[in-house]
Design a protein around this ligand. Structure first.
Ligand SMILES: Nc1nc2c(c(=O)[nH]1)N(C=O)[C@@H](CNc1ccc(C(=O)N[C@@H](CCC(=O)O)C(=O)O)cc1)CN2
Ligand SMILES: Nc1nc2c(ncn2[C@@H]2O[C@H](COP(=O)(O)OP(=O)(O)OP(=O)(O)O)[C@@H](O)[C@H]2O)c(=O)[nH]1
Ligand SMILES: [Mg+2]
Length: 437
């Protein structure tokens, strides 16, 4: 049903009603369809004000029409955009009319980008960057997504892919034509030097993957501690809203409750959890299980302890910030705590915020935003660097097997961008050596 060569259309702008709505159309019948609706094919890439009419010559709306001839368009196909008045019925009327054209249907989710990818307009990293750009809510998410969607990361990967391809080509050449004069001896030595360098660069790059994931998915801060420590009260104070239930009954919170914060342009995902204690109560036990799971996944744990209760803190997770609570009830020295707070007086809250910010900044500190930001990237790049390392490890191994390791590395890198890398291997062989003569 969903034919690949259909012409597809969709509302590309946000929900109606709105000031202006953009309906985007892409596919092989865009030219006829545009002439049918507005009478002419507008000058490419110039906004033109036209009345858009049905077959029966009824005006749908008058709006701006922009025609992008393929392949120099977003999808690589002919594209036309109608910029209409953003009313529900206006958009519906145009979509209804578009549907009456042959082989023309509503686009599936992501189908414009899918076509852009299939037509080589974007690679996978750029497609992912575009998706991230659309869902970005904080400034740093936006900067990371722009870097990726504009090809900043892809440029790095294609440079690395070329080095791998060149290395393989030189080794293949040495294997195939070792007895001929044209191939300089020990070229493979240079290759291995460069592969050594490449593996170092990949290692360095992979070290930034955690920062990339934190910028994209948020810095996960988990509030943990014994029941009644004041966890939910702190959650409410930090987000300045009454999101979590607070009572003096120990064991109030059971579910994990998460709220997003924006700190210095970074997304911070704050979670309130059930108080940790031994209990036979089924619901609370499940809450505590979830709390522990959340703690295990945290980038930062705030471990809260009620200073007015004499208790020995156990269960403090490694690396947690120790927060003494209810500072108003019992003034005293800071002791083993990183900070003492009171949600009643506000004491210590600015200091705690600063501690969170410092922990966050230490984890997202990077030189460039051309960094991996998905598990998928990290996994494939890890496979890539492992394969290079395998090739380097045993210099006594036959050259063809070492070349095979490099092929595995190329494929792993190619999976990140969605490129497959075989055809240009030949190009490089024939390009660098006058083998054919
Ligand atoms: N109206 C409108 N605004 C939009 C988009 C769109 O599709 N329509 N975009 C959609 O996401 C983004 C811009 N992305 C685009 C990417 C490439 C081309 C394009 O036509 N590229 C050609 C020509 C480039 C040029 O003239 O320099 C090319 O790359 O060959 C258009 C939009 C954001 N703003
Ligand atoms: N005086 C004082 N009371 C506080 C402070 N913070 C919390 N409380 C009180 O301590 C009690 C428990 O607070 P919660 O925030 O519900 O504690 P919790 O850690 O979320 O508790 P559970 O969800 O049961 O694990 C409530 O009665 C709060 O009003 C504080 O800074 N000063
Ligand atoms: Mg609570």
């Amino acid at each position: 049903m969903a034919e690949h060569n259909d012409t597809i259309y969709a509302l590309a702008s946000g929900s109606v009603p709105a000031g202006v709505a953009v309906v985007r159309v892409s596919g092989p019948t865009v030219r006829e369809l545009t002439i049918g609706l507005v009478g002419v094919l507008p000058t490419p890439r110039r906004a033109m004000l036209r009345t858009i009419r049905t077959r029966n010559d009824l005006a749908i709306d008058s709006g701006l029409v922009v025609f992008f001839p393929g392949p120099a368009s977003f999808t690589g196909e002919d594209v036309v955009e109608f910029q209409l008045h953003g009313g529900r019925a206006v958009v519906d009327a145009l979509c209804r009319e578009l549907n009456t054209f042959p082989h023309t249907r509503q686009a599936l989710a992501g189908e414009f980008s899918r076509r852009a990818f299939d037509n080589g307009r974007m690679d996978l990293v750029e497609v992912e960057g575009l998706a991230d750009l659309i869902s970005a809510e904080t400034e740093m998410q936006r900067r990371l997504a722009v870097e990726h969607s504009n090809g900043g990361l892809s440029a790095l990967y294609s440079a690395w892919a070329s080095r791998l391809t060149r290395g393989r080509a030189l080794i293949e050449a040495e294997l195939d034509f070792a007895d001929e004069d044209d191939v300089p001896g020990s070229v493979s030595d240079q290759v291995w030097d460069d592969m050594e360098l490449l593996s170092t660069e990949l290692d360095q790059h992979l070290r930034d993957a955690d920062a990339g994931e934190i910028i994209r998915d948020g810095f996960k801060v988990v509030i943990a501690g014994e029941p009644n420590a004041g966890k939910s009260s702190l959650m409410n104070a930090l987000v300045r809203r009454d999101v979590a239930i607070v009572t003096d009954i120990a064991g109030t919170t059971r579910d994990v409750l998460s709220t997003d914060l924006n700190i210095d342009g970074y997304l911070v995902r704050l979670s309130d959890t059930a108080g940790l204690r031994h209990t036979e109560e089924v619901v609370e036990r499940e809450g505590i299980r979830r709390a522990r799971q959340e703690i295990a996944r945290a980038d930062l744990v705030l471990y809260l302890e009620d200073r007015s209760v004499v208790a020995q803190a156990h269960d403090v997770p490694a690396g947690a910030l120790r927060v003494g609570t209810k500072g108003d009830l019992q003034p005293g020295s800071q002791g083993t705590y990183d900070v003492i707070i009171s949600v009643e007086t506000g004491e210590g809250l600015p200091e705690l915020r600063q501690l969170i910010t410092t922990a966050l900044l230490s984890k997202v500190h990077v030189q460039s935003l051309a960094i991996p930001n998905r598990r998928r990237h990290k996994d494939s790049l890890t496979q890539c660097v492992r394969a290079i390392r395998t090739a380097l490890l045993d210099s006594e191994k036959p050259l063809d097997l070492r070349a095979e390791d490099l092929r595995v590395a190329s494929d792993a890198l190619g999976r990140v961008t969605g490129h497959v890398d075989v055809e240009n291997l030949l190009d490089v062989i024939f390009g660098e050596f006058c083998i054919g003569k």
